[in-house]
Design a protein around this ligand. Structure first.
Ligand code: FES
Length: 301
């Protein structure tokens, strides 16, 4: 039985998705039989690659193909901030205002961009080109404050550099990000997020995601003579992947090896290792305990 409200609501027309039914089937086929509902997240990205947001028709399309209710799909769409309920601009500019970026100027960058574009947070310019949003940690704290354009990183920004970046987008230019692939449109990146490859010939032109700030902590630990739990110096030498090595003058972090889990279990189930970081932690603990005893006038001795 339908409610009076449902009787007056038009049924969403899903024909806009007719061109992606084979892609939707390909996504569903990635999951075991009986677990098709797990395909919902990539399916929603696929829907966004068509309309630039998740419309009522997009919700209906996903629900029908995955055997879910529209309420099920809506609950997921409204939970995750990467699913947009309003049409997103061609370029989504995300400004991290989380703790580290916020401390280093993320809020000022966000304000400067809103002022420049004359729009508020989660709005899109009248020509449909640029949307702006503040974002929680974008997982690039070592390059704070960061801005992304369709999820490609522009590191260590200032209000001026961010406005310059947006001016370039307004002028039809596509500046290369600090790291990663050249930016593409919001709909193109949504297709990639649905799990389809980036077909652009220059897709691999950008550099990797690592860089000096990422390894700063490691170098600091090395300069203090800290060792890993095997007693090796961090940075190890020896050139094997398990302990990390230098490659083309850059530090390559350790690669997890088969058996690492077992080793971790063994180490943590016995006496704490006394090498490197653990030894320093134990020393600090001993110093603190001595300090507390001294404060109490040596009453424990
Ligand atoms: S706080 Fe901005 S990337 Fe982590």
């Amino acid at each position: 039985m339908t409610t009076p409200a449902e009787q007056t609501m038009p049924t969403p027309d899903t024909s806009v998705f007719d061109g992606i039914t084979a892609d939707a089937d390909a996504i569903v086929a990635r999951y075991p039989v009986g677990r098709q509902r797990s395909a919902l997240l990539p399916m929603l990205h696929l829907v966004q690659s068509v309309e630039g947001y998740v419309s009522a028709a997009g919700i209906k399309f996903c629900a029908e193909r995955l055997g879910l209710t529209e309420a099920n799909v809506t609950a997921v769409v409204t939970f995750y901030s990467m699913y947009k309920r309003q049409p997103c601009g061609e370029y989504l500019v995300s400004v991290c205002t989380n703790t580290l970026c916020g401390m280093l100027g993320g809020d000022e960058i966000h304000e400067a961009l809103k002022r420049h574009l004359r729009i508020d947070d989660n709005e899109t310019t009248a020509d449909g080109r640029i949307s702006i949003e503040h974002a929680e940690c974008l997982a690039a704290c070592d390059y704070a404050p960061v801005v992304t354009v369709n999820y490609e990183f522009f590191d260590q920004q200032t209000p001026d550099s961010a406005v310059e970046l947006v001016r370039a987008l307004e002028a039809g230019d596509l500046p290369m990000p600090t790291r990663g692939a050249p930016p593409c449109t919001f709909r193109q990146i949504e297709r990639q997020l649905a799990g389809f490859p980036d077909e652009r010939p220059d897709a691999l032109a950008g550099g990797g995601s690592g860089g000096e700030p990422t390894f700063a902590g490691l170098r600091l630990a090395e300069s203090h003579g800290m060792a890993d739990t095997d007693g090796d110096r961090l940075g190890g030498g020896g050139g094997d992947a398990a302990s990390g090595h230098e490659q083309a003058g850059k530090r390559v972090p350790p690669t997890p090896q088969s058996g690492d889990r077992e080793e971790t279990t063994r180490v943590t189930s016995e006496e704490p290792p006394q090498g490197g970081v653990a030894r320093k932690a134990a020393e600090h603990r001993d110093d603190a305990e001595q300090g507390m005893r001294a404060d109490r006038g040596g009453e424990d001795d």
